[in-house]
Ligand binder design. Structure first.
Ligand SMILES: Cc1cc2nc3c(=O)[nH]c(=O)nc-3n(C[C@H](O)[C@H](O)[C@H](O)COP(=O)(O)OP(=O)(O)OC[C@H]3O[C@@H](n4cnc5c(N)ncnc54)[C@H](O)[C@@H]3O)c2cc1C
Length: 492
């Protein structure tokens, strides 16, 4: 049996590997000149490492962790202490510092630790926002799912002061490339619950090297060893359908390729351009037009001196960047001789059309405000990365439009971080989860084999489990006590 995988990002490469493991013959075609998609890196003309953008890993990426272990590359993730530094004007920093306490006390401690130095918003406003965020821990999965109908800001505003969400804004922007007023409350709560729900899962991992260097070559090696083929610079330019099946695909507008199974691992924007009109009589394919691009940019700046010793993630409010790290501290073996800031610029709707120079000038002004030591630092070089940017915008109501991996066409499957999964609205874990799901479906549909590749993240935190019954028992006790008191008063 032969399969064609379209797209050589994380989901496409992982799907190819899964299918080879099932004994299926695989040919993968990638349009770009490098593999890895958005999780890639390369060397520039000076031999400096350029990441497509700063990527962080979380321990609740359980399927990605399994995949990396299988590829023998798990050691390529460097796990850091669970600390997020808020850089504030004048060099003042606040630290969201998680310590080893059982959940949810680890999160309460972290919040309190951050609040003592966080100056952007009055304390009581931030504390008010902790109520709706914490209430997520007591909600059923169905209730959290329902919150896909409203935005995160609407959800918080119902119970608290909207300004109280400000410390979370850089995290929301960095994860979804979307402001809190436009992002689904379900999507954000899903993330908050993972971090608040377990002390171990609040850690952050970085690539120990160039983002693509740590995983792409191992995947390509595996594909080759197992008889698969992966080819660059081959864009799928059309998908031909006959009798509700894919008949063939066309590469670079010229060569036709045929297989028994076809898997799209390309973005919804690319896919909808190459599908024939007849697909859009089906709601399944029409859903692809709901996806909107949330743009981002990446900025790397090489300073000639150290600006900080912090080797974890920075957050900033009210800047064109929101999540970033000084990679000279994370990867001192690579970035020597001064700080190298790698910054995610998002939501980038209002800056993506600006010239690189204007973007850099704006960013450096803001950096000098937050890091006074930057004021007399020389800049060795800087680079704005525009290629392979963006994720889809997870605004309210988007969850129901994410396509299931099995399409209505018998031999056509769709994978990628935007396709249907409960793990997150996108990101590397979603890319691997959907690749696993696709292989599970193909094994069942085409080989009659039931296989189970995906594993679930299950925080095992006794205090969280006790919180709900304790609250119900407490409320029932209080109600009984009030009734008894009222009866006593009536008797008198
Ligand atoms: C700025 C930025 C920061 C991010 N930070 C994080 C992070 O911190 N943590 C995290 O988990 N995730 C992060 N992500 C998201 C992560 O990069 C993606 O979730 C993941 O790489 C998606 O993999 P994918 O295979 O689904 O899609 P992609 O990587 O987009 O792969 C799709 C592939 O298909 C190819 N293709 C497109 N059209 C065609 C065609 N017609 N024919 C053939 N090939 C085609 C593309 O060239 C590409 O290689 C970030 C993304 C960006 C942009």
């Amino acid at each position: 049996m032969k399969a064609i995988v379209m797209g050589g990002g994380m989901s496409g490469l992982a799907t190819a590997i899964n299918l080879l493991d099932l004994g299926i013959d695989v040919s993968l075609y990638e349009a770009d000149e490098i593999f890895g998609g958005r999780a890639s890196s390369w060397l520039d003309e000076d031999g400096d490492m350029i990441d497509n953008a700063l990527h962080v890993f979380f321990p609740y990426y359980v399927n990605l962790v399994e995949f990396f272990k299988k590829m023998g590359i798990y050691e390529n993730i460097i796990w850091k202490p669970t600390e997020f530094y808020y850089a504030q004007p004048g060099g003042k920093q606040a630290v969201l510092k998680f310590i080893d306490l059982p959940a949810p006390f680890h999160a309460m401690y972290a919040y309190a630790h951050m609040l003592k130095d966080y100056k952007n918003v009055p304390l009581w406003k931030v504390l008010s926002a902790a109520i709706p965020l914490g209430s997520g821990l007591l909600m059923s999965k169905e209730k959290v799912d329902e919150l896909d109908k409203i935005s995160m800001a609407t959800f918080v505003h119902k119970y608290a002061f909207l300004d109280g969400l400000k410390p979370m804004e850089p995290g929301i922007n960095g994860l979804t490339f979307t402001p809190s007023y436009a992002v689904s409350a379900k999507v954000m709560l899903n993330w908050v619950l993972k971090v608040m729900g377990s002390a171990q899962t609040a850690r952050v991992g970085f690539a120990n090297g160039g983002l693509g260097d740590i995983w792409v070559d191992n995947c390509l090696g595996y594909i080759k060893e197992h008889g698969g083929k992966a080819t660059l610079k081959k864009a799928v330019t059309s998908i031909n359908i006959e009798n509700r099946k894919v008949k063939n695909i066309v590469l670079n507008d010229s060569d036709k390729e045929e297989a028994d199974i076809y898997i799209s691992a390309i973005s919804p924007y690319s896919l909808r351009k190459i599908l024939p009109d007849e697909c859009y009589s089906l709601l399944y394919f029409r859903d692809l037009w709901h996806f909107q691009h949330a743009p981002s940019l990446s900025l790397q700046i090489w300073f000639d001196k150290k600006l900080t010793d912090v080797d974890v993630t920075f957050f900033s409010n009210d800047c064109i960047f929101n999540t970033y790290a000084d990679l000279s501290n994370v990867l001192p073996q690579i970035f020597k001789g001064g700080s190298m800031f790698e910054m995610v610029l998002t939501p980038a709707d209002h800056i993506v059309g600006l010239p690189d120079q204007v973007i850099f000038d704006t960013a450096i002004e803001q950096i000098k405000e937050l890091f006074p030591s930057a004021r007399d630092a020389g800049i060795r070089k800087w680079k704005v990365v525009r290629e392979r940017q963006g994720v889809y915008r997870p605004h309210p109501g988007m969850e129901e439009h994410r396509p299931f991996q099995r399409s209505p066409y018998d031999n056509f499957y769709i994978t990628g971080d935007y396709t249907k999964t409960h793990v997150s609205s996108g990101g590397m874990e979603a890319a691997i989860w959907t690749a696993n799901k696709t292989a599970e479906l193909i094994a069942a549909d085409k080989l009659g084999k039931q296989i189970s590749l995906n594993i679930e993240f299950e925080p095992n935190e006794p205090f969280i489990k006790l919180m709900k019954p304790a609250l119900i028992a407490g409320s029932a006790g209080a109600a009984l006590w009030a009734v008894a008191l009222a009866k006593k008063k009536l008797k008198k």
